[in-house]
Design a protein around this ligand. Sequence first.
Ligand code: GTP
Ligand code: MG
Length: 206
Amino acid sequence: FNITHASYAATAVNSSQYPVGELTEIAFIGRSNVGKSSLINSLCRHNGLARTSGTPGKTQTINYFRLTGKLSDQSRLEFMLVDLPGYGYAKRAQSARATWSKFIEEYWLKSTRLKLVCQLIDLRHPPMESDINVYHWLIEHGLNVQVVATKADKISKSRIQQHIQVITQGINMGQLHPGGRIIPYSAVTNAGRDELLDVIKNILLK
Ligand code: GTP
Ligand code: MG
């Protein structure tokens, strides 16, 4: 399964602006600066498609990207990747944080075509309280969640599994999602890309 086409589709801050159509959505969520927009660019092999920044709080709207993937039998699948603003950004004003939760909550409640949430957690650190809370919230609401541990290029290969263990235990994945696996990913080397694309393909074909 590989991506043959990716382009910007729409931006929304409320449900009246959601793109019309039938395409399945795969959303990306995580703390500000964890690497959501970079990961979307890596999956699409298209740097600059989603805007990235070293300063947290870059993405402030819901951004949709339309992708075409090709299967080994040459058939095509079209779907949307959805880039969301980050959570847990302490410096953001209280009022902006309230807005964040409001339109994100609206997105969860009104996006009937949402099939998978990729929750990104920084591989270098144990999960933060906000990561744990969001993971539990997603599972409780019956969403399909794939946890992706980002910035894997910043950890030596020999220590990656140890860090994955810390995150697995920190979010209590063994209990809440037995058999669930965390994918280590690097948007710099594209490590983890094939594995994540495989998860996405299986969701699309379900
Ligand atoms: P917000 O939109 O602010 O919520 O952030 P975001 O989660 O979209 O993060 P973004 O993709 O903008 O990346 C934040 C910073 O981390 C940028 O400086 C990226 O270059 C860097 N970054 C993202 N992914 C990786 C990665 O896999 N490896 C390394 N080394 N740096 C990364
Ligand atoms: Mg972003």
